[in-house]
Design a protein around this ligand. Structure first.
Ligand code: CO
Length: 208
């Protein structure tokens, strides 16, 4: 990607959109009502909209290192609250990916400075599932499994929020856990048993 090509590319993109619909950008400027909130990794290989075939206006996106939903992170919590309470999205997706550098870094015994408190949340997931993870002999399989379990725990972190619980009671908002396999491009639905998780989580985390 050459930075000086970007504005040229942008003009091509504008022309393409206008050639199909001359009011395209006028319509976009009128507002947004996305159906989906997507929370994914900042990794440059995991492009939120492109891999889903989504168009501008269709998906509200938040990305951070290792697709984390941390209760004291004002950024992700603002996005979640705005998407659920104001934009009224009906689906919340947490999407992780194999070959995630954030998850890999969390598994190394290194002092990573400002990343330490962030990545510690992934270590906490490891600790919760230590028995299951350490029963996996192949290191790569264990790494992949941690990536999946991290997605599951971040979905659970969504469920723990008051905004989600309110929207769930009102209109049955759903949470989905996905993983992108960077090596094949395939998007995998982890098929988290949402009802079961919800029942379990609400026993402790019910707010409303
Ligand atoms: Co990543």
């Amino acid at each position: 990607m050459e930075v000086n090509k970007i504005f040229e590319n942008n003009q091509k993109w504008i022309n393409e959109k206008l050639s199909l619909d001359k009011d395209y950008f006028n319509k976009l400027s009128e507002g947004q009502s996305p159906e989906i909130l997507y929370i994914g990794c900042s990794d440059s290989r995991v492009t939120a909209e492109e891999m889903m075939g989504a168009q501008p206006g269709e998906v509200f996106v938040h990305r951070n290192i290792a697709n984390m939903v941390i209760s004291i992170d004002l950024n992700v919590m603002s996005v979640l609250n705005y998407a659920v309470s104001h934009l009224k999205v009906n689906h919340i997706v947490v999407c992780g990916h194999y070959f995630c550098g954030g998850v890999k870094a969390a598994m190394q015994a290194d002092d990573l400075g400002i990343l330490n408190p962030w990545l510690r949340n992934i270590r906490d997931v490891y600790r919760m599932y230590q028995e299951e993870l350490e029963a996996i002999e192949n290191e790569n399989d264990r790494y992949n499994r941690l990536i999946e379990l991290n997605v599951k725990e971040q979905c659970i972190n969504v469920i723990k929020t008051a905004a989600f619980q309110k929207a769930f009671n009102e209109r049955g908002v759903q949470v989905h856990g996905w993983v992108l396999d960077v090596k094949s491009g395939k998007l995998i639905d982890l098929k988290i048993d949402f009802k079961k998780e919800l029942e379990q989580i609400m026993k402790i985390y019910k707010l409303s």
